[in-house]
Structures are given as structure tokens and as C-alpha cells.
Design a protein around this ligand. Structure first.
Ligand SMILES: NC(=O)c1ccc[n+]([C@@H]2O[C@H](COP(=O)([O-])OP(=O)(O)OC[C@H]3O[C@@H](n4cnc5c(N)ncnc54)[C@H](OP(=O)(O)O)[C@@H]3O)[C@@H](O)[C@H]2O)c1
Length: 184
């Protein structure tokens, strides 16, 4: 049972452009080929930041096109926000705010032995990291640069470094790096 930050990033470390576009990402590889179905099958609870959730609300047409539903996850999802955001019919979405340490035990309990997916963005992943709750990072590095945007992990982590567990090529557009965090 691990808490994993799983996301795609540009080569220069951004998960989205500064205006929250992911258009650069979609041509780089097929999500099915990327191993996402295998990954998500092991997930029992999801955490995401408000901007990531709002991206899904804004792009519900694409989400439906890709998955057949405006909310593609069967797992409960904790959305961190200070605001009142709309829910999605039929989705188990729990709006929370504050310290991730207070939310994580409930996520573990609900996940019932499965993994916890920190879907992003980077600032939320950092909060789990800083609370000592992040076990692994699985990053698909796309072969494009954005120059600027929303950072993958807005924190300096140099010593000890993350331990590389595996590298996997996904077509010609993505390389997946799987890391264990120090002490894990
Ligand atoms: N490349 C990928 O695979 C990938 C993966 C994930 C996300 N993304 C993209 O990355 C972009 C967003 O990244 P981001 O890092 O800017 O944003 P984010 O983490 O999705 O959302 C940040 C916002 O979440 C809320 N928040 C975070 N921590 C909180 C806490 N502890 N308590 C209460 N609220 C909290 C705050 O919003 P409020 O205070 O306004 O409520 C904060 O501004 C989106 O475009 C998303 O689609 C890409």
C-alpha cells in the first residue's frame, strides 16, 4: 500500500502550461500504452488539487470522449480547495482543505490496502512529501519543453536523492521514471 505521485511532465519539469493547458501532452502517447489502466486498478483513493479538478470540469467533453464518463474514476477522490466547487453526478468527490496529514489516514482507511494516487498538481504532491507521506513518484517525461508553466515538484530535494527503481520507454514520446522516495 503506497502513496504515489503519478503524473506526466514536460522534459523541463512542467505538468501544464501557465494557463493550464495539457494540449502538449496528448500527442506524446496513448494512456493505455502508458500503463495507466494497470496503475489505476491498484488505486483505492485519489487526491488532487483544485486546479487539476477544475481542468476536468472544463474539459468534460474530452474526458467523456476518452472514458465514456465525465468522471472516469470509481475510487473516492479528495479534492483540496478553499472554495466551493461543483461536484459531478455519480462521482465520490470529497472536498477538503488544510493539512494533508489530517486527510491521509481516512484515505488509507478507505483505500483498504490499495494505493493512494496523488494526481497533482505539484504543489499538492509537495505537501504530501513534506508531511513524510509520499512513498513513490512515477513520472512520464514527455519529449517536449514548455519553457514555463505549472511545476512538477516546486521544492528543492537534493540529499538524499530519490532512488530510481525503473525506466520504461513508452513509444518515442514518453519515458516513465519510477522512483522510491528516501526511507521507502
Ligand atoms: N501532466 C499531468 O499529467 C497533470 C497531472 C495533474 C495536473 N495537471 C495539471 O496541472 C495544473 C494544476 O497544477 P497546480 O499545481 O497549479 O494546481 P493543483 O495542485 O491542481 O491545485 C492547486 C490549488 O489547490 C488548492 N489547494 C492545494 N492544497 C490545498 C490545501 N492543502 N488545502 C486547500 N486547498 C488546497 C488551492 O486552490 P484554492 O485555494 O483556489 O481552492 C491551490 O491553488 C492543471 O492544469 C492540471 O490539469 C497535469
Amino acid at each position: 500500500m503506497t502513496t504515489q505521485y503519478y503524473t506526466a511532465s514536460s522534459l523541463d519539469g512542467f505538468v501544464a502550461t501557465e494557463d493550464d493547458s495539457l494540449e502538449w501532452l496528448f500527442p506524446l502517447g496513448d494512456v493505455k500504452e502508458a500503463g495507466f489502466p494497470t496503475f489505476i486498478a491498484q488505486v483505492g483513493a485519489i487526491a488532487m488539487g483544485a486546479s487539476t479538478y477544475e481542468w476536468m470540469l472544463r474539459h468534460s467533453d474530452k474526458v467523456v470522449e476518452d472514458s465514456g464518463s465525465p468522471w472516469p474514476f470509481s475510487q473516492p477522490c479528495w479534492v483540496f480547495t478553499h472554495r466551493e466547487l461543483p461536484g459531478i453526478d455519480g462521482a465520490d468527490i470529497r472536498f477538503v482543505q488544510g493539512n494533508v496529514k489530517d486527510v491521509h489516514p481516512t484515505m488509507l482507511e478507505v483505500a483498504a490496502g490499495k494505493n493512494i494516487w496523488i494526481a497533482g498538481g505539484g504543489a499538492l504532491a509537495v505537501q504530501f512529501h513534506d508531511a513524510g507521506l509520499l512513498d513513490e513518484a512515477i513520472i512520464q517525461i514527455g519529449s517536449v519543453t514548455l519553457g514555463q508553466g505549472k511545476p512538477l515538484f516546486p521544492r528543492r530535494v537534493t540529499n538524499p536523492p530519490w532512488r530510481l527503481l525503473s525506466v520504461r520507454q513508452i513509444g518515442s514520446g514518453l519515458a516513465e521514471l519510477h522512483y522510491a522516495l528516501p526511507g521507502r
